[in-house]
Design a binder for this molecule. Structure first.
Ligand code: AMP
Length: 305
C-alpha cells in the first residue's frame, strides 16, 4: 500500500500579533506528513532541503515515522524560506517573502520503493512538478492535491491537466472562486468537479470546511478555540489528517470521507494552537480521537418536531 507525500520543506519566519519566530520548521510536506503520521505509518516523504536545514528537524520527522528515503539534501544549497505576517484578524495573512532557493531546481524523483504507493498527497507546489510525480507512480488509487492562487493564475494549463488525474482537490474559498470564475461556492464546486476531481473540499479558515461529491454536500465547522497562536500550516495539516485517516481506514465511502474531513479539521485545530509545527509534535492518537469526539458534540442536535 503506502502513503506518499510530496511538497515543500522550509524555514518559516512568521509574525503574529502575539509573537515572532524565525527559521522555524515549515513547508507543506512537513505539515502534511506530521499530521498524517498520527494515523498510520510510515509516511513516505519526497522533498528537497539545503545543507542549512537543521539536523534536529530531520530527526523530528524521523521520530514521527516519516520515511525520508525521498528527501534530497543539496550540499551547498539553501533551504526554501517563507515569511508571513498575520493581522489581528488571523484569517488575513501577508506573504512577506518567498525564497525558493533549492526548490527552484527541484526534481521530484520518486524512489523505486515509493512508486507502488496507492495513496498520494500532492502538497502545494508547481503543478508541473505534481504531474511529474504522478508520471512516476505505478498505479496510484487515491490522489489528493492542494494548490494556491499563484498556480491558478500562473500555471492554469498545467493545473487543468493535473486536475483530470486527481480524485480530491483541497483548496480554500478564494481559490475556488478564482479557479471557477464564480463567486457562489455551490456553483463553483460543480464547475470545479467537472474539471476532474470527484471530490472537492473547500476550506474556509475559522468557518470550517465543505465537502462536495456527486450527491453530497457536507459542512464541517472549525473547532471553537480560544487560543489560536499561528494559523500557518492549518490547511496542510487538514490535508494530512484527511488522507492519513482514509489511508488508515482503507474506506473511501461517503461516510468515511465525512469522518476524514473531521479528522482533517482536528489536526488543523492542533496545528494552530502553537507556533510552527509545535502543535503537531507531541500528540497521541487518543488526543486526536478526543478532538474528533469534540467535533461530534458541537454539531449534534435532535429534531424537535
Ligand atoms: P498554509 O498555511 O497551509 O498555507 O501553509 C503554509 C506553509 O506553506 C508554510 O510552512 C510555507 O513554508 C509553505 N509555503 C508558502 N508558500 C509556498 C510556496 N509558494 N510553495 C510551497 N510551499 C509554500
Amino acid at each position: 500500500m503506502g502513503l506518499l507525500i510530496v511538497g515543500s520543506l522550509g524555514l518559516d519566519t512568521v509574525t503574529t500579533p502575539f509573537d515572532k519566530v524565525e527559521d522555524a520548521l515549515g513547508g507543506s510536506a512537513t505539515y502534511i506528513s506530521l499530521a498524517a503520521s498520527y494515523f498510520s505509518g510510515p509516511v513516505r516523504l519526497v522533498g528537497v532541503v539545503g545543507s542549512d536545514f537543521p539536523e534536529e528537524y530531520i530527526r523530528l520527522l524521523g521520530d514521527h515515522n516519516v520515511d525520508l528515503e525521498g528527501l534530497q539534501k543539496i550540499e551547498g544549497g539553501k533551504t526554501f524560506r517563507w515569511g508571513g505576517k498575520y493581522h489581528y484578524d488571523l484569517n488575513v495573512r501577508d506573504t512577506l517573502f518567498t525564497e525558493l532557493n533549492v526548490f527552484e531546481s527541484f526534481d521530484p524523483i520518486i524512489p523505486e520503493s515509493f512508486r507502488k504507493s496507492k495513496y498520494v498527497c500532492l502538497g502545494n507546489i508547481d503543478p508541473t512538478l505534481q504531474l511529474k510525480v504522478l508520471d512516476q507512480m505505478d498505479d496510484p488509487q487515491f490522489i489528493v492535491c492542494d494548490t494556491m492562487n499563484y498556480w491558478i493564475e500562473g500555471k492554469k494549463d498545467e493545473l487543468l491537466e493535473l486536475l483530470k488525474k486527481v480524485h480530491v482537490l483541497i483548496i480554500n474559498d478564494s481559490e475556488a472562486r478564482l479557479l471557477a470564475h464564480e463567486p457562489n461556492l455551490i456553483k463553483a464546486s460543480k464547475m470545479i468537479r467537472k474539471l476532474g476531481p470527484d471530490v472537492l473540499i473547500i476550506k474556509k479558515g475559522e468557518h470550517g470546511a465543505m465537502l462536495f461529491t456527486d450527491n453530497t454536500i457536507f459542512s464541517a465547522p472549525a473547532y471553537p478555540m480560544e487560543t489560536i497562536f499561528d494559523p500557518t500550516g492549518a490547511g496542510d495539516s487538514f490535508a494530512g489528517g484527511f488522507i492519513g485517516y482514509l489511508f488508515k481506514s482503507r474506506d473511501l465511502s461517503p461516510n468515511s470521507l465525512k469522518a476524514a474531513v473531521i479528522y482533517g479539521s482536528s489536526m488543523a485545530s492542533f496545528c494552530v494552537e502553537k507556533f510552527s509545527t509545535k502543535g503537531l509534535e507531541d500528540l497521541s492518537y487518543l488526543q486526536v480521537q478526543d478532538r474528533f469526539r469534540g467535533f461530534l458534540n458541537i454539531t449534534k442536535f435532535n429534531d424537535t418536531e
